[in-house]
Structures are given as structure tokens and as C-alpha cells.
Design a protein around this ligand. Structure first.
Ligand code: NAD
Length: 229
């Protein structure tokens, strides 16, 4: 069975009402990322950081998957599919995709601030100060902050190197190390980028650029792949 590997970024969830970074001048919902998405921010003002992610979690829970998320789930009818996502929302899973790697964590879980491997489901939208992990330390959102290790990056790179086709959707390729994953994809396989503003990619062969929004471009591409492979 052919293995299709997909890398998604914030753009795939834009039409579900979740804002991207780069479309908002480098701010995330009006905040500088250094103030809310770094270990220093958590050290300096944990209440602000907790509240920021509580609001993001609320928006994610209120959002619904869109036609692009559903199109990717449909690929599983015919292919082995791995979705590597930079997104911290759970819209791929809610659309029915069963094999999703969250490079930057997932906002519906909490994480021990002492040991990152201890994670727990969150009931509802709010993670409160005072809620603790089994080691007695404050729970924080299960997201990878800027400046932190990306534990899944090596697994993701290996998966990219075994792809039979590769699709990139809705990422500016500005966030390292996810931005380098495309370089692990074999030269000779078909690759597609779907984005209304195609990000700069260099030295990548067999690349088809589809300059469209995800919900316009993906269902058509998926239908074509289902017919042609
Ligand atoms: P980014 O904000 O840097 O880039 C978004 C990309 O999506 C841009 O290239 C833009 O042209 C494209 N885009 C905008 N609307 C689109 C649409 N309708 N269809 C397809 N593409 C569209 O996003 P990034 O590269 O994923 O990096 C941002 C980081 O911020 C990630 O690490 C992620 O963890 C985090 N983030 C996540 C979410 C989420 O989980 N939904 C939202 C915002 C930010």
C-alpha cells in the first residue's frame, strides 16, 4: 500500500476559524510569542501563559474540522497515511484521521512542568493554577514552546524519508525544525504544496504548487490521488 505523508501547519485550520501566526504580523491572537509561548514566559508570568492557552483551548473546542481535514481523513480509505502536524488543535482527529503525529503537542492535554513525558487529558477548556501532576508540580499545557526540544522530530524525519507521496498544507515553513522535514522526503516522489501564499522552498524536485486555500485545493488533490495511484 502506498504511504502518503502529510505535513500540516496552522493554515489548514484557518478556515475553521483558528488564526495562524504569520497572517497576523507575527502575533498570535494579539500576543508576542515571547510573552506566551516560551519557557521564560512561563517562568515570568505563568498565570498569563495559562490563561492564553485556556483561551486557545476554548476556541479549539468550539471549532469544527473543515473540508480539508475531512479530505485527508478520506485518504485512509485507499492509502497508508501519516499526518505530521505542527498544529496543537485536534481537528485532524475529529475529522477521522487515525495516524497523527503532533510535533508541537496538543492543547487538549496538560503536561507536568517537572517531567515533560507526564501528560494528562484536560476536562473542558480550563487548566487551573493549583492543578498538579503526580509529582506535585503545576500542570502546564502540553505544547512545545519556542526554545524547547521537539521530541518527535526524529521520528517525523524518518517517516518523511519513507514516503511514496508528500503533501504540505498551510505552513509558512518559518518554524524550525519542522521547516526542514521536506528535505528528508525522497527526491523522486511526487510532492504537493497547498497554500494561498506558497512558502519559499529550495532544491526540492517533483514539486507541484497549488496556490489555493486548503478547502479549495485539498479535496480536488485527494480525489486525483484516489484515482491515479
Ligand atoms: P504560520 O502561521 O507560520 O503559517 C501559516 C501558513 O498558512 C501561511 O503560509 C499561510 O499562507 C497559510 N494559510 C493561510 N490561510 C490558509 C488556508 N485557508 N489554507 C491553506 N493555507 C493557508 O503557521 P505554521 O507554519 O504552522 O507555524 C506556526 C506555529 O504556530 C506552529 O508551530 C503551530 O504550533 C502554532 N499555531 C498553531 C495553530 C493551530 O493549532 N491551529 C494556530 C496558530 C499557530
Amino acid at each position: 500500500m502506498e504511504h502518503i505523508v502529510i505535513l500540516t501547519g496552522a493554515g489548514i485550520s484557518a478556515e475553521s476559524g483558528l488564526k495562524t501566526f504569520r497572517d497576523s504580523d507575527g502575533l498570535w491572537e494579539g500576543y508576542n510569542i515571547e510573552d506566551v509561548a516560551t519557557p521564560d514566559a512561563w517562568y515570568i508570568n505563568p498565570v498569563l501563559v495559562q490563561d492564553f492557552y485556556n483561551q486557545r483551548r476554548k476556541s479549539v473546542l468550539e471549532a469544527q474540522p473543515n473540508a480539508a481535514h475531512y479530505a485527508l481523513a478520506k485518504l485512509e480509505e485507499k492509502f497508508k497515511v501519516t499526518i505530521i502536524t505542527q498544529n496543537i488543535d485536534d481537528l485532524h482527529e475529529r475529522a477521522g484521521s487515525t495516524n497523527v503525529i503532533h510535533l508541537h503537542g496538543i492543547i487538549t492535554r496538560s503536561q507536568s512542568s517537572k517531567r515533560a513525558t507526564l501528560t494528562y487529558p484536560i476536562e473542558g477548556w480550563e487548566l487551573k493554577m493549583g492543578e498538579k501532576c503526580e509529582l506535585g508540580s503545576q500542570l502546564r499545557p502540553h505544547v512545545v514552546w519556542f526554545g524547547e526540544q521537539v521530541p518527535m522530530i526524529e521520528t517525523a524525519a524518518e517517516i518523511c524519508s519513507m514516503a511514496d507521496a508528500f503533501i504540505l498544507i498551510g505552513s509558512s515553513l518559518a518554524v524550525y525544525p519542522a521547516s526542514g522535514l521536506i528535505n528528508y522526503v525522497p527526491n523522486d516522489i511526487p510532492k504537493y504544496i497547498i497554500d494561498p501564499k506558497i512558502p519559499p522552498v529550495h532544491g526540492v524536485s517533483n514539486l507541484v504548487k497549488i496556490e489555493k486555500k486548503a478547502t479549495a485545493g485539498l479535496p480536488i488533490l485527494v480525489a486525483r490521488l484516489m484515482d491515479s495511484f
